[in-house]
Design a protein around this ligand. Sequence first.
Ligand SMILES: Nc1ncnc2c1ncn2[C@@H]1O[C@H](COP(=O)(O)OP(=O)(O)OP(=O)(O)O)[C@@H](O)[C@H]1O
Ligand SMILES: [Mg+2]
Length: 397
Amino acid sequence: MRIILYTGKGGVGKTTIAAATGIRLAALGYKTIVISLDVAHSLRDAFDNHEKLVHQHEKKQIRIKDNLWIQEINVQEAIIEYWDDVYSYIRSLLNRSGLDNLVAEEIAVFPGMEEVCALLYINQYVRENSYDVIILDCAPTGESLRFVSIPTTLEWYMNHIFKLERNLAKLAGPVIERVSSVPIPKDNYFQNIQDLFDKLEGIDDVLTDPKITTVRLVTNPEKIVIKETQRAFMYFCLYGLCIDAVIINRVFPDEVDAAYFQAWKQTQQHYIKEALNYFSDVPIWKVNLFAEEIVGEQGLHRLADALYAEINPADRFSGESPYQFRKTADAYQLSMRLPFLSKEEIELTKHGDELIVTVGNFKQHVALPRSLSNKKTTGAKLTGDQLVIKFQGESST
Ligand SMILES: Nc1ncnc2c1ncn2[C@@H]1O[C@H](COP(=O)(O)OP(=O)(O)OP(=O)(O)O)[C@@H](O)[C@H]1O
Ligand SMILES: [Mg+2]
């Protein structure tokens, strides 16, 4: 079983490359599903699929050909399937604020819902072993990071807030309801969250296991795009995901020799060289800009040939997990690969059995193995792209 994420800045070619990868894998005999996590879906368009879908179940996984399915996550549908009561609660809360039903329904899809729904489907497919390969056509980088951060955030919420809230609602709910018009969630609301959590259980391990999940960053040879790819590289490492390739898409081929494009070609060469330097420890695959838009199976086949040639995209191209725990003679060590960072950008806090690494707006709670949770952090050092944190003795916290 493999899960491969394709992500990158808006418009770089994620959907087209994810679709081409699906076509290639299906042809190689893998039972494959390409799932689009972007709200502005264009996966069906990439396959040039305009079939009218009549039945509800057809809308979920659309069969494209032998071994190949696609799915565009529809939040409203997924919420009804998986999370009806929570949705009703949020809706009722919003209705009380005077919004009409339609508006309330739109708003009830709060940030992160798409990602949660996608995770629910993915975990279900993993548990039921429904496919050999799951390809994720992710939304532009920011949302993809929310997608990979949700499992740890949810776990943190369940461990720290959930029980407290549930007990509080039980105890104080009836009193509050008497004096205010705000509905207090009933216990089935909490039961629903518990069920949701149970359905997501294990997904974190699946996403951070480099044998199962790898990320491929799609980029274009331009300054701003390459810069964003570097940041994305670091953030995915922060969340413990293994990046196993960088794809530079839309490279001007040699035969483009019109004077008009000379400056463009030089710029591209410059940024390709930079990318080769920056991302030297993962393979870099280049794809030319085609002479026309890539739509439909034939175009996708051509793209897959250009991108993969003899490569089997289901393979892994970098095996190392970004986190390593090591025991040295007198201490324990946690190394995290966090490239493209300076010391000033990292903040570390240890809190009981978790280490909190903060970089800008992103926070990662790293659950420490029990053997480290009672140790003190005695130093942290950033060498190259490795952040090495030492633990010794008994902890004071
Ligand atoms: N190498 C290429 N040569 C020619 N056209 C390309 C190439 N790669 C992508 N395209 C075209 O560029 C357009 C945008 O590509 P695509 O939809 O895959 O990008 P995306 O990264 O998924 O965008 P979004 O961020 O909006 O989801 C499509 O029309 C696609 O056919
Ligand atoms: Mg897309």
